[in-house]
Design a protein around this ligand. Structure first.
Ligand SMILES: [Mn+2]
Length: 383
């Protein structure tokens, strides 16, 4: 059967501003992959499944001054996009080449790190940077084609979900991004910690990391509790005119529900997705979700659900040996035949990286941030 088109899905690339808080260093590998798929003889839909850009952890640099503004205006999002482009030009240029074939298309699905894509001017600027008006698409929360359904997945995570009907807030007459309470606290409080501990967020599983790094665990717990308490008893009064300092009632309600039901396990987003999107799940054959960076595959009666994993620099920590093994980067490819049948595969992009040891990394995190970048031929712009 001849191929009508191929859909290639990858997620959680998290391209940042080329600073200490940027966890994406695989420009070379990603560009290799895009060049490879540019050579295909059939049309390709390249779907970036959310968190493609890490606006959330990208600073804004205005008049030489770096900051992480809590009030994200259109101007600030555009400023961050400029930094992201500067830092990851290679990826943008390879995408331009991919789009020179008129039958190829790129889709940017919304994620919780790139909610800034709801700004029209940000979309226009990305189209300009990729030199294509017609083949770059912003489909919102999901991409659908035939019996394929692709969504980032943060809408099934109560801490990170957004209100799709209210993308903006009004602050002193200006339009700003309405992001989740957790994102606001991350921007205004935790980026400082990320700059002191730039490597730690790359290590999984988190409980294993905290078991070996008690200080970090104490620090994070302390800051979180303090922020939470202030958000209830102080900020809503101190900043009563500021809509970004709201009382976290959704979160408290969820905590209460969990307390009442003695339910403290983190819901797997795949389970919540199947529950909340029953009709979508029944209608489609292949479902690809992101957000959760662990690779996952579930196959049942011809239906498939896949988490292909992330593209940012991440390591698996071995609890006994404290060895840090770099995670592989993967993507999903789906061949759509003319008769409508779907042929899917999960592919790992070949890469060679060294393993590290947690004790070494803990002693000098910046040194190993550079070490990892060097192995992937990536250079930080501002450090
Ligand atoms: Mn996400």
């Amino acid at each position: 059967m001849t191929t009508q088109k191929e859909i290639i899905i990858l997620g959680d690339v998290e391209m940042g501003g080329g600073t200490l808080t940027d966890d994406f260093i695989s420009d070379k590998a990603l560009s290799e992959l895009i060049s490879e798929i540019s050579k295909k003889s059939h049309p390709v839909d390249l779907v970036f499944n959310g968190d493609t850009f890490d606006f959330l952890k990208c600073p804004s640099i205005i008049a030489g001054k770096k900051s992480f503004p809590r009030h994200v205006t259109e101007e600030i999002s555009l400023n961050k996009l400029g930094l992201i482009y500067q830092a990851h030009q290679q990826v943008f240029i390879t995408l331009q080449k991919f789009l020179q074939k008129k039958e190829n298309n790129v889709y940017f699905v919304l994620g919780n790190h790139d909610h800034d894509l709801v700004y029209k001017s940000v979309q226009i600027e990305i189209k300009r940077l990729l030199q294509s008006q017609k083949q770059v698409h912003f489909p919102g929360f999901n991409y659908q084609y035939s019996r394929v359904y692709v969504e980032h997945g943060h809408q099934y995570d109560f801490l990170n979900k957004v209100n799709p009907k209210h993308s903006f807030l009004n602050y002193k007459g200006e339009r700003i991004l309405n992001i989740p309470w957790v994102s606001f606290s991350l921007i205004s409080r935790f980026m400082e910690m990320k700059e002191t501990h730039p490597f730690m967020e790359r290590i999984f599983p988190r409980p294993t990391l905290f078991a070996h790094h008690k200080n970090l665990f104490k620090k994070i717990t302390h800051w979180t509790v303090e922020y939470m308490v202030k958000s209830i008893v102080y900020y809503p009064f101190r900043y009563h005119y500021d809509p970004t300092y709201t009382y976290p009632k959704e979160i408290l309600r969820e905590f209460y529900r969990r307390y009442k039901d003695v339910h403290w396990d983190v819901d797997k987003i795949v389970d919540k997705f199947k529950r909340k999107k029953k009709r979508t799940f029944n209608k489609h054959q292949i479902h690809v979700l992101g957000h959760v960076h662990d690779k996952y595959l579930e196959e049942n009666m011809g239906k498939v659900l896949i988490h292909p994993g992330s593209w940012r620099d991440e390591y698996e920590l071995d609890v006994k040996t404290k060895k840090l093994t770099p995670k592989t980067k993967g993507y999903v490819t789906i061949l759509v035949s003319e008769d409508g049948s779907l042929d899917w595969k999960i592919i790992n992009h070949p890469m060679t990286r060294s393993s590290l040891h947690l004790d070494d990394v803990m002693k000098d995190e910046k040194k190993y941030i550079h070490f990892a970048a060097k192995e992937e031929n990536f250079k930080f712009k501002i450090f």
